[in-house]
Design a protein. Structure first.
Lengths: 278, 287
């Protein structure tokens, strides 16, 4: 069909390639200070990684580069061994402040959006699409709220809708921008429960967060970012006093006690105090 | 009552005017939902004003004949839509500033061109405020066919327009040709404005696009129902406005817009759940 071939085909995956591979990536907006500089890293299939760092460290920029929405000024970005920007298998959960919650769409409308590319131009959602939408909503425990307008949901429910959309999209890599900010503990736990089931299915998850405590406790690896990659690995290796001072500078007080490191920060967007033990 | 409704219909021009007002009311309202949701009200207003030079050139060249006006407006409208779309991408100056400069300049050019013609004040009034009772059978055919085309595109690309409006990031990840759909929407907006030109004119156009959709947004929570309610309000405003203009003899375009503004104000106060009175009552109960 002529109309279909006119839409760019998604990139094929190279078997055995790392899920994400960045090589010397730099991004700068309009000649200003670089938002990212010389970032090289690899993500393996099925791991759950937290991206931490102060405000303006380039966390959102990094997610957008991997999603292929932003083209780096230098360096290479590969997803599943093929150049970024051609993959429809990437689920993206935007920051809640980036979404127009008054938009006249219901929960299932939003989840169905994940199917749009697979449905194709000039076609309607079929039975398979509807089944996947229902199944995805059930997996995040939102089946009973499918007909709600999205503005009528709690913060945690809103995040789960977007996770369900990524599932309906059949995403293999999930990028989440600050999904935990402003959520109460039960809502955060509900999200981690869902992320646990996703891990079992081999989905790779990259989450940006301000919460060093959650990052250290609930993720396989974490990435400490301040325009450059300061550290990437298990929390004990990354959250060292030296690294924290390098990332946060004067925004954080790092106290070295015999039983570990105590980091006090006031950089979070909602002004919460955070601490992490390393 | 029935007689009251039927009397104006003995005039063919009145019947054509009503049909035009209904079609235009529906098409403007349906496309207007995207204007409201995407925050393009100022853009729509500017685009309406910017088609004036096209109309003026066609008018001067065609020596006042009605036929070329439609096509002149169409060329100017689509050209301006694409031009503004391109300017806003360069990022040299803020988008609304660029639109403001272009729109006032184009509008002045249109007025200047029309002023070179002898009886320009009468005709300028028609362009500015519409002349729905002057719709000819061939005008009606053009209005109906281009209106149907716009509605067809809205339906055909419903899910794509929805995604690029709600979540441009997702559109980008899913490899939708978002830029193409953005321009298509601008062109559809230009076409809609051109077919509405005779009904309400340039100056009140933005009300046809925005008011019924804004009213519907207070009453609905899904896009398809928002479109349906907006279309109903748009058509009803067209009919009511024309009857009002017949019996009270006020300018038809202004009457149509006033009726639809009336619907909006009523809804703003009395809409269930989201109306001001409802909120007030609920606020008192909980406080």
């Amino acid at each position: 069909m002529a109309v279909k071939s006119w839409m760019r085909k998604p990139e094929a995956h190279r078997p055995g390639a790392p899920v994400v591979e960045l090589d010397g990536v730099a991004v700068s907006y309009d000649g200003g200070l670089p938002a990212l500089q010389d970032v090289s890293l690899r993500l393996e299939r099925g791991e759950r990684v937290a991206v931490v760092g102060p405000n303006g460290a380039g966390k959102s920029t990094l997610l957008k580069v991997i999603a292929g929405i932003l083209t780096p000024s230098t360096g290479k970005v590969n997803v599943y061994g093929a150049v970024a920007g051609g993959h429809i298998c990437i689920g993206y959960v935007p920051q809640r402040s980036q979404v127009d919650w008054s938009f006249p769409v219901t929960v299932s409308d939003v989840v169905l959006m994940g199917r749009v590319a697979r449905i194709g131009l000039l076609r309607q959602a079929g039975r398979e699409d509807r089944r996947l939408v229902a199944e995805s909503l059930a997996q995040v425990g939102m089946g009973s709220l499918a007909a709600r307008q999205i503005g009528e949901l709690s913060g945690g429910q809103q995040q789960r809708v977007f996770i369900a959309r990524a599932l309906a999209q059949e995403a293999e890599l999930l990028l989440m921008d600050e999904p935990l900010t402003g959520l109460d503990i039960p809502s955060q736990e509900a999200i981690f429960e869902i992320l646990d089931t996703l891990r079992a299915r081999g989905m790779t998850v990259l989450v940006s967060t301000h919460d060093l405590h959650l990052a250290a406790d609930r993720f396989d690896r974490l990435m400490l970012l301040r325009r450059q990659l300061i550290g990437f690995g298990p929390a004990a290796q990354v959250l060292t006093p030296a690294n924290l001072r390098l990332a946060y500078g004067t925004q954080m007080t790092v106290i070295e006690a015999p039983e570990g490191v105590l980091a006090l920060s006031d950089t979070c967007c909602d002004g919460d105090e955070e601490h992490a033990h390393a | 009552m029935l007689e009251w409704l039927l009397v104006p219909l003995q005039y063919a021009f009145m019947v054509r005017g009503l049909l035009a007002a209904i079609v235009v009311g529906i098409v403007c309202a349906v496309l207007g939902t995207y204007v409201v949701l995407r925050g393009m009200a100022f853009f729509g207003d500017a685009l309406a004003h910017a088609i004036l030079p096209g109309v003026a050139v066609a008018y001067v060249v065609g020596a006042g004949a009605q036929g070329p006006l439609f096509w002149g407006a169409l060329i100017a409208g689509v050209g301006t839509a694409l031009g503004i779309g391109a300017i806003s991408r360069t990022g040299q100056i803020r988008e609304d500033t660029a639109i403001g400069v272009l729109f006032a300049g184009m509008f002045a050019l249109g007025v200047a061109l029309i002023s070179t013609v002898r009886n320009f004040s009468v005709d300028l009034t028609h362009f500015l405020f519409g002349n729905v009772l002057g719709v000819s059978p061939s005008d009606l055919l053009l209005i109906a066919s281009f209106g149907a085309l716009v509605l067809l595109l809205v339906v055909a690309f419903y899910k794509e327009f929805l995604v690029i409006s709600f979540d441009p990031v997702l559109a980008s990840i899913l490899r939708l040709p978002a830029q193409f759909f953005r321009y298509l929407l601008l062109v559809m907006l230009a076409v809609t404005i051109v077919i509405a030109l005779q009904t309400v004119g340039v100056a009140l156009m933005v009300a046809m696009l925005v008011t019924p959709a804004a009213t519907a947004s207070l009453l609905t929570r899904r896009l398809p129902s928002m479109m349906a309610v907006a279309a109903f309000i748009g058509a009803l405003s067209g009919i009511t406005g024309l009857y009002l203009s017949y019996y009270v003899s006020v300018a038809s375009g202004a009457a149509i817009v006033l009726v639809s503004t009336g619907f909006f104000v009523l809804t703003l106060f009395f809409a269930p759940r989201r109306g001001l009175l409802w909120r007030r009552a609920r606020g008192r109960r909980s406080g």
